[in-house]
Ligand binder design. Sequence first.
Ligand SMILES: Nc1ncnc2c1ncn2[C@@H]1O[C@H](COP(=O)(O)OP(=O)(O)OP(=O)(O)O)[C@@H](O)[C@H]1O
Ligand SMILES: [Mg+2]
Length: 376
Amino acid sequence: MVAIPDYEVYFRWVILSHLRLHQFKNHENSSFDFCDKINSISGPNGSGKTNILDAIYTLSNTKSYFNHIDQQLIQFGREEYSLKGLFHSSQFGSNLDLDFLLTLQNKKKSLKKNGKLYSRLLEHIGTIQTVFITPYDISLVFEGSEERRKFIDFTISQIDKNYLLALVDYRKYLDQRNAFLRNNFGRNIDSLVLESFDVKISPIADEIHKARKSFISEFAPLFDENYKFISESIEVPQIEYLSPLNNRTMLSVLEENRASDILSQRTALGVHKDDIEFMLNDQVLKKFGSQGQIKSFVIALKIAQYQYFKKNSQQNPILLLDDIFEKIDAQRSQKLMERMCSNEFGQIFISDTHSERIIEHFKPFDVAQKHFNLVK
Ligand SMILES: Nc1ncnc2c1ncn2[C@@H]1O[C@H](COP(=O)(O)OP(=O)(O)OP(=O)(O)O)[C@@H](O)[C@H]1O
Ligand SMILES: [Mg+2]
C-alpha cells in the first residue's frame, strides 16, 4: 500500500453533488445527485456512460476530453447545449458552494460561476481538477509527441496559471514567425525582423522548458511508485524529457536553424516539438511493451497525475474512471479499487457495462456509494 503523505491533512475537498446535462451528446435532459465517494454508472453500450464522465470533465476544463470541436457536443439536430454542476468545496472546516453553468449557444461558449460570467474561460482552469482514465489513453503511448505534450501541458497548467499564459503567448509568437516565413518565401528576408520574433519567443520558450523539466523531476518518482503498485513487478519504468533546450537556449536553437527555417517556411525546432520518451527496462515501451505493461504504464501516469495535482494544490481532484475493469484483470482491479476507497482519493465516478460487476467490486468497502443504471 502506498503511504499516505503528510500533506493529506491540509487538502481541500471538492465534491460534485449535482449535475444536469441539457442537449449534451445523447443526453436530452439528464440530472444526477451524486454521493461524495463512489458513483458508479452502468448501462448498455451507447447508453451515455462515457458522455456523463465527459460532461464532468467538460464542465471542469471548458473542453471535452474527446471532441475537440465544441459544436460536436451539441445533441444532433439541436442548436445548443448546457451543463450545470453544483460543487461543494471544503477546507479547514469552512464550506463553499460553487455553481457552474457552461453553455454553448450561437457558437459561443460561456461559463458562469455562481451566476457571474467569466470574462475569460482560461480563468476557470485549475478550479476543479479532474483526472480522467479512459481506454483512449493508450494514444499517449502510440500517437505522436503532441499527445504527450498535451498531457504535460494540461497537468502543469492546472497548477500554474503563468505556465498556461506562457503557452498561449508562445503559440501566438510562433504563429507570427511562421506566417512571416511563409509570406516572405523566395524574397530577401530581413534578418532584423526575424530576430525580433526570436527575441520575443526565446524567453517564453526557456520558461516553458524550465517548468517542464521541473515537472518531470517531480512527476517521475510518483509515476515510478505507481507503476510498481499496479504492475506488481520489478520492471524499471522510465520517463525522459526530450527537448533541444535540455542543453541550449531557445535563442541559440533558433539562430542555428535560421537558414533551414527560411527554406522550410516554418520553425522546425523549439518547445513545440518537445516529447517524453516512455521506457521499460531500457526498452522503448511503444515497440517492446506488452499490452498489459502498456495499460499499467498509462494508469500509473494518470494516478501520478492525480497525486501531482493533490500535492501541488492541496485539492482532492475528481477521478473519472471509464471502463477501467476492461483494462486490468480482476485481482489488480480489486487492489486498485481498495486504494480508491481509501482516504487517498476523493470523489470517484466510474463506468462499467455490467451493473453487477461494479456493485460487487465496491460491496466490501465501507464508503458512501451510489449506483446509476442507464437505459438506452
Ligand atoms: N452530438 C451528439 N448527439 C447525439 N448523440 C450523440 C452525440 N455524440 C455522441 N452521441 C451518442 O452517444 C452515444 C455514446 O455514448 P457513450 O460513449 O457515453 O456510451 P457508453 O454508455 O459509454 O457506451 P460504451 O459502453 O460502448 O462505452 C452514441 O450512441 C453516440 O451516437
Ligand atoms: Mg463508454
